[in-house]
Design a protein around this ligand. Sequence first.
Ligand code: MG
Length: 180
Amino acid sequence: MDSKMLKELNQQIQEETYSSYIYLAMAADLEANGFKGMATWMQVQAREEKIHADIFLNYILERGERVELEAIQKPPVTWESPLAIFQAALDHEKHITGRIDHMVKVARELNDNASLNMLQWFIEEQVEEEANVGEAVQQLEIVGDDGRGKLMIDREMGTRVFSVPASAPYYPKPGQAIGA
Ligand code: MG
């Protein structure tokens, strides 16, 4: 694999791990403020991001290359409101979409078809991520300061259940088939 591609893929392990880490921080802040359902939703999101990181790690190893883990920065501790949290999450997902698009560009330039193929799953995944987080932003904007509305959203979001994505490439590897 070209070293430029490898560098991007290694960086993406950091990006996805940070995603998981910041969503964990958001889940903790939500729970501390009594939004247990939204906290559950964010916990599920954090677990999914960890899987994204694992996919990039597994892919690098599958290609016979070296994994190099980067430092993870400290996420914020608290946000102004649930709306501020989901807006920050949406901004973050847009950043991740930009990263995926950038990697696709690099893979194209290098004619790295295996990487292009793997990244295809993430292109679809990012459409879904932005749509899901965007929906939460929209609902929270609609209810505004109405506490009852916020609790209704909280209850609905608390029904989200984690499941290992069935179609994910390079996941799970033997020993990672941990179920739900
Ligand atoms: Mg992700």
